[in-house]
Ligand binder design. Structure first.
Ligand SMILES: [Zn+2]
Length: 250
């Protein structure tokens, strides 16, 4: 046996023995190196680490800061791209952790104008649900009254989109329709999800948009050229026509 091969065998035997010793002692694996922990319980950090480990590198956030906050569950803080850990975070299903990690991955600039911001928030919620479904391996997301099944989205009509004008606008429900279309087109992580993430994680022109139509136009401008047409087709199926034509009033 060549020297290198002997070393490889000895090394893997050593690694396996080390892992076996860890398991025998009941010690958890070390936290993912991309996490920086600034508070929160160790079990919550371990849940974040396990969720992050399920995401291939090209879809994952490069860094994730964990912070403890007086909230319920877990959520992403847009300004800093941090994952905020609150009470009962450890009890949440994987799909919720993955959904929030998607928000961390997409924490690029957003418009200040309310309607433009709301339509992009709905888009982001839809992409986060698609992300959670492909990396959790199930189209059924969340739990209890918050559960969303991407095989059974709500049908969205003009009155749903009219709600964009009101603070009661529900971006999760509107995003559900988009997530269902993305999941039907690509039930495993691939080019469509990669394009959607790339549209939202940059510093692009999104922050300047002052109407829904301009927000969508900026979103498409931020898309990589290779995925632009496919994303345009998805948006055509999801949005009312007025949002797809920048020259129209909304
Ligand atoms: Zn969300």
């Amino acid at each position: 046996m060549p020297v290198n091969a002997r070393w490889a065998v000895a090394l893997s035997a050593g690694v396996l023995a080390g892992l076996a010793a860890l398991v025998a002692r009941g010690e958890p694996p070390p936290l993912d190196a991309r996490l920086s922990v600034r508070g929160g319980s160790l079990p919550a950090a371990q849940r974040a680490s396990a969720a992050l480990a399920r995401i291939p590198a090209r879809f994952a956030p490069a860094r994730v800061r964990l912070e403890q906050r007086p909230i319920l569950g877990v959520e992403c803080e847009r300004e800093t791209g941090s994952l905020l850990l609150g009470n009962s975070a450890v009890e949440l299903p994987d799909s919720v952790w993955l959904h929030e990690l998607a928000h961390v991955r997409m924490h690029g600039a957003r418009p200040q104008a309310p309607l433009a911001q709301r339509v992009l928030t709905a888009f982001e919620e839809g992409v986060a649900d698609h992300y959670a479904a492909v990396f959790s391996g199930s189209p059924r997301l969340g739990f209890g009254a918050e559960q969303r099944d991407l095989r059974q989205p709500p049908s969205l009509g003009p009155s749903d989109w009219a709600s964009l004008a009101f603070p009661s606008f529900d971006p999760h429900r509107m995003g559900w329709g988009l997530a269902a279309a993305l999941y039907a087109a690509e039930p495993r992580a691939g080019a469509l999800l990669e394009t959607a993430l790339a549209c939202l994680d940059g510093t692009g022109p999104l922050a300047e948009a002052d109407t829904p139509a301009r927000a969508i136009s900026s979103l498409l401008a931020s898309c990589p050229e290779s995925g632009k047409q496919r994303m345009r087709d998805v948006l055509n199926d999801w949005l009312p026509p007025a949002f797809l034509n920048e020259s129209s009033p909304p």
